[in-house]
Design a protein around this ligand. Sequence first.
Ligand code: HEC
Ligand code: HEC
Ligand code: HEC
Ligand code: HEC
Ligand code: HEC
Length: 503
Amino acid sequence: MFRKYRNFLRGISVNRIGQVGVILTTTAFVGFLFFEFLRLIGVLDNAYIGLITYLFFPAMFVAGLVLMPLAWYRYRKRQGKSTRELLNERFDSVDIREGFFGSRVFLVILLLTMVNVLFIAGVGFRTMKFMDEPRFCGTACHSVMGPEWTAYRQSPHSRVKCVECHVGQGVDAVVSAKLNGLRQMALAMLSNYQRPIPTPVHQLRPSRETCEQCHWPDKFYGSRMVTFTRYGMDRNSTASYTTLQLKIDTGHKAGKGGIHWHIASDNEVRYASVGDKRENIIWVDWRRRDGSTRRFENIRLKHKVNTADYSRVRIMDCVDCHNRVTHVYEPPETAVDNKITRGMVDRTLPFVKREMLAAITADYPSDEAGLQGIRNHLFGFYRSLNAVAGARMSDQIENAVRVAQAIYKRNIHHHMRIGWNTYPNHLGHRDEGGCFRCHNPNMRDRDGKAIRHGCTLCHSILAYDEADRFQYLYKPDKKNPNYRMHLFLRDEFLHSKVQADKN
Ligand code: HEC
Ligand code: HEC
Ligand code: HEC
Ligand code: HEC
Ligand code: HEC
């Protein structure tokens, strides 16, 4: 059997080109099967070897297949003989005797072609699948995607594939994404890309085709209680609490709903913003199902903005609020607070919050300098405090250093020019951004009524930087200067009509 195949190959490879073709195809075939086998039994999961297995080998295989008939064609031309004469020359008479289904050579070629087609189809399928794997997207162009990959793996979506948000459904989406991907790979190889990678991502498909495949927009969300724990800059890093009851329901009637009102099937919210950043909003349209609309215009920008800017109109979807749902970079203070809350840092270390924050936010020229600088800062500080009393303390400092370095590694990426707060988060209202881009007193309709922006529209407030998580639920103290405010917040929470789970 093997000898027959060898004879056949010898017959086929008529000249150098033909031999090269046979070698390429055979090597690629064997190589692919070998690496695929290693991958299947779990020995390999490296993205670079994936590139060889799924892009290089298939290309080599096809190139070989193309060379073989080319070689035959050239050989025939050179020799000036007909195909029949050449076949007679290169194969045994048994092989080319016409049988019922054609000669044996013909049958072998037919069979091999069928095997090749199946092989290519199989490889193509595997290649597509491989390119859909987050590991490929996240690590094949390591330095470019490094930050996104790091943030992704610690996010709520670390088990969701990149392509499920970035490519979406449908053949056209897949094809255009693959073409775009090839272009980006080329640019990455030429080091020709922007650092940091710009957002918003215009290729992102509408969330109907991505997020909404898994999350149901009209779902009854109810409300969600969150507590933010902050630590002070004092010696004991004293804790204080902010507790919010977020009104995240969708709701259907205005005033009955909550935060997900914007994406309820009855509403469409559109807006135009200055430039490309979606930060300064010029106007907002609220369109109801019956077609009636209400427009709010930013009275601060109305007369200042060029009409050309109005062309970028966007229909609001999940990503206008959840823009950092996967690539979660933390603000430095939040990062330190969260680690202390989780008990990863010992709070008995004096000024640990203040000093960790100072260590990670200092200006360093490179990633390595940052890690070293953090260590120097913390050890330097505690040495000057003369607090390194005994081995226990130095263990604690060592630990604080490790945690601070981990925060730094996760959030700061010098080679991509990603520093603290490079990517704004629209989910709250830090620095008047996020929700306050629209929910502010300047966004007015024709009658001069602004988009509502009262503090309890989106959340009840049960504590705001207080010593107790539910401070405002206790009987308010009449002597407290904020007595009326506390009373108001308590009643708003207890008797609120818009609170979804009480409707
Ligand atoms: C749950 C959905 C989701 C998943 C999964 C996801 N992304 Fe994203 N990605 C987003 C959103 C949303 C944005 C921001 C879009 C915007 O602001 O316009 C984004 C932005 C980006 C950006 C632009 C830079 C930035 O940080 O804003 C890159 C690059 C990126 N994603 C790569 C990846 C890679 C690589 C993976 C897989 C390892 C991945 N994404 C997985 C939703 C996702
Ligand atoms: C393939 C399915 C899938 C897709 C697509 C998807 N998600 Fe998710 N999402 C999940 C899963 C799974 C979780 C985690 C649930 C959990 O931990 O309880 C999650 C969690 C979330 C959360 C809660 C986060 C938290 O802090 O707990 C939000 C918000 C969210 N997704 C928004 C989005 C948005 C916006 C998009 C589109 C850009 C999206 N998701 C796309 C599956 C998906
Ligand atoms: C692009 C503009 C825009 C952004 C950004 C925006 N909103 Fe709104 N929102 C509106 C408009 C318009 C209305 C309807 C007008 C009104 O209720 O006064 C509205 C209404 C609401 C309502 C009341 C719903 C109801 O039942 O009547 C809530 C709650 C709300 N938004 C929460 C938020 C939160 C939270 C964010 C940020 C995470 C946010 N919005 C960001 C435009 C926006
Ligand atoms: C107006 C801003 C806004 C829009 C638009 C929006 N969300 Fe949200 N969403 C929020 C806020 C605010 C929260 C609460 C965040 C928190 O818990 O910290 C939230 C919470 C969630 C959660 C977590 C719910 C839970 O029970 O914990 C999911 C899932 C979610 N959103 C999915 C979506 C999807 C999918 C879309 C698009 C169809 C969407 N959101 C559109 C603001 C928005
Ligand atoms: C349009 C909706 C909306 C309005 C109006 C609003 N908030 Fe918020 N607020 C949010 C959302 C959404 C978050 C983020 C929750 C998260 O991060 O999960 C938030 C977070 C917060 C936080 C905790 C985060 C932090 O930075 O400390 C505080 C405190 C807060 N809001 C206070 C207020 C006060 C005071 C007002 C009135 C001036 C107000 N909010 C008005 C939606 C709103």
